[in-house]
Design a protein around this ligand. Sequence first.
Ligand code: HEM
Length: 349
Amino acid sequence: MMDRRTLLRALVVGGAGALSVGGFLFTENIIGPYRLTARAIADRFEEVNGTFRGFRRNHAKGVAVRGYFESNGTGAELSTASVFRGGKYRLSGRFSLSGGNPYAADAADSVRGLGLCIQLPGDNQWRLAMINLPVFLDPTPQDFYDRMLAFAPDAATGKPDPRIMSDYLATHPGTVAAMAIAKAAPVAPTFTTTTFNGLNAFEMTNAHGVKVPVRWKLVPETTTKAPAVDRGPHYLFDRLIADIAQRPRRWAMVIVVGVPGVDRTDDATIPWPDGRKTVTVGTVVLTDITTETADNVRDLNFDPLVLPDGIAPSDDPLLSARSAAYAESFRRRTGEAGGRGAVEAGGRA
Ligand code: HEM
């Protein structure tokens, strides 16, 4: 059995392998004084949303997509990652809405998610999970965990208790500020016109050994202000299915380069100043869409710490918590029957 110091050293020097060790330690609650575990997070989702067996504990409603990332080669100035060599790389993805109920009706204010798993040479992968909010609402995993309960619907009224919410916000000014930013951001009428943000900071290293903090986003090639007309229970997904059936849909992948020592890398609630350097490194092209099943994305974990060499995590505490919580959610659903998505998309992804 490794002692605590050896375990910590393994985390520091172990490169990619250390990431999974880090997730494990988070899951098993070995490293103190931090007491929140991935199991507790998954339990909290079930407590607040109910348990829908076979489905993700968050972002439960979704569809599978397929396509490719067309790299234009310019990312090489930032990172040695093979994904930034010019060329096309196959990918699997999943569009989702936040919440634990896979049968919930689509709503404009649900958080939209896009997970991608890009296949790279040598069996490498880059997995990304992005949302449409411009900033995250909680600086730490503990805050996320606490807010979930504070904002949960009250059993008697079916609505969150305003007093509990305001007591929570009174002691969480970072969340108040982030909510104001999120509220001011326009919500696109469709998935295909939505910008998806990675939010957490990462670190890229180029061939000269230069390291820079980065955040990334996917910016849609098509934009529209036209509101959706049909408000059926799957209106956002139905429109997405129709859009991709009509023609492949494209998003530019934009890397925002932070200023080392100036831009916060450990707090996803704080936006970086406008005007930071950006590098458009290629295009995500989605060609196929289909119903979610165990054969496509149900049994795929969009763990944000599966990174190619040349991209590393930052010091943002959300990252290891996300990795561990996604693994726990994956462990639960893949041990359960069911999980065929509520959105029937047909197709062959
Ligand atoms: C402490 C913070 C967070 C926690 C505890 C958390 C938790 C979770 C969990 C448990 C899932 C289900 C994962 C699965 O079963 O595969 C999930 C899904 C997801 N989360 Fe988070 N999350 C956090 C922050 C974020 C942030 C900052 C983003 C975006 C930048 C994000 C984007 C997503 C997306 C896109 C999905 C759906 C992935 C899929 O389709 O499989 N989450 N989250």
